[in-house]
Design a binder for this molecule. Structure first.
Ligand code: ZN
Length: 375
């Protein structure tokens, strides 16, 4: 194959993917609108639409009112032509989502399930996932696969979980976890998955750092729209930046890590492990919780300011604490503004779109994106 031929194939594929994205982004759209929006010729658009129709991803849904001349045909996406499952495995819970080709959440469950490295645990994932899909009313043929997010370092091949302090695992083959799940599975680090979910469908969002504040603290770094993994796939492990020399013990065995000061446990441990109760008490004026919160925000402001100084881009606050962003964004921004060397405002600080199950969403969206890329 000549270089030109390869380039032409690449252009053709990109045009087809862009045609699909444009149809999926509209209620209904005409051939002319597609050609204008994508700056493509009519025949190219028509060819792409025909191929997408043949693949069962797009359908004709009537005609637009005539503005003189022939009425234009209207095309629309078939959002649930394919779907992907996202599974988030954590120490105490399993979250499952079903996502359609447009990235919409179709169904979601979260179950208390304490992780244990035993076949009985992995076996139990099968009925959990298959019942979940069956209840949504979709046949297996429509399911592209399952993305599985794990709180740990997943090797590039996706075949080994190199390290998970949280689950107490080292160098575990990932098919140990997925062998009972009847779909093709892909593995991803939880914070990377959650960060990907935040970027999905937002082409204007470029360099971004995602800070996940859940039972453990993690993060992801996006350079442009590509995830930066580092030399050992440990980039974005912000939870183990040192915040206080010889400070509070961290679950990793070191002292003074960001995790020991900024995880959601720091707050929820005062309200029976329930983060919602913490923020409820705080908004009701509970003085003890207020003082815990003030201390927490002080540490969080240092951690976030360090991210801004290091990466000079937007910082999204996610995880369990990020779900309450609207309740504290003003207070946190004020602290960040006071600390910043270069700029008087902290508008770079952003809330997250996904309050729950961002990691499972991102894992599922990875499967959807892989499908779109091979169109
Ligand atoms: Zn640590």
């Amino acid at each position: 194959m000549t270089e030109n031929h390869v380039n032409n194939m690449g252009v053709k594929k990109t045009n087809k993917i862009n045609t699909m994205r444009a149809i999926f982004a509209s209620e209904r759209i005409s051939q002319r609108e597609l050609a204008d929006k994508l700056r493509l010729s009519w025949p190219t658009v028509l060819q792409n639409v025909k191929e997408l129709q043949a693949q069962g991803l797009v359908e004709e849904v009537g005609e637009f009112e005539s503005t003189g001349g022939r009425k234009a045909r209207a095309f629309a996406s078939i959002r649930d032509a394919r779907l992907a499952v996202g599974l988030s495995v954590t120490q105490n819970h399993i979250g499952i989502v079903l996502v359609d080709l447009s990235g919409e959440l179709v169904r979601y469950v979260r179950e208390k399930k304490v992780f244990s490295y035993q076949d009985s645990y992995f076996e139990s994932l099968k009925p959990l996932v298959t019942d979940f899909v069956a209840k949504a009313g979709y046949p297996d043929e429509k399911i592209l696969g399952a993305g599985i997010s794990l709180p740990g370092i997943v090797e590039e091949s996706g075949q080994t979980l190199a390290h998970s302090h949280v689950l107490g695992l080292h160098n575990v083959p990932t098919d140990t976890i997925s062998r009972h799940i009847p779909y093709p599975c892909q593995f991803i680090n939880d914070a990377n998955a959650a960060g990907l979910a935040e970027l999905w469908g937002k082409p204007q969002r470029r360099n971004t750092v995602y800070l996940s504040l859940s039972n453990s603290v993690g993060g992801a770094i996006f350079h442009g729209r590509a995830i930066y993994m580092g030399d050992n796939r440990r980039a974005g492990e912000f939870g183990h930046n040192t915040l206080v020399p010889d400070g509070k013990p961290c679950y990793c065995g070191k002292q003074g890590c960001v995790d020991a000061y900024c995880s959601s446990n720091v707050l929820s441990s005062h309200t029976d492990g329930n983060i919602a109760l913490f923020f409820e008490g705080l908004s009701n004026g509970d003085a003890a919780l207020r003082s815990i919160w003030d201390e927490y925000l002080g540490w969080l402001a240092i951690a976030v300011n360090n991210l801004r100084m290091s990466f000079d881009c937007d910082v999204i606050i996610g995880g369990y604490v990020g779900g309450y962003f609207d309740a504290f964004s003003g207070e946190l921004r004020a602290r960040l503004e006071a600390r910043n060397t270069f700029e008087p405002d902290a508008s770079y600080l952003k809330g997250c779109r996904y309050k729950l199950e961002a990691a499972a969403m991102g894992a599922a969206l990875g499967q959807i994106e892989a499908f779109i890329q091979q169109l």
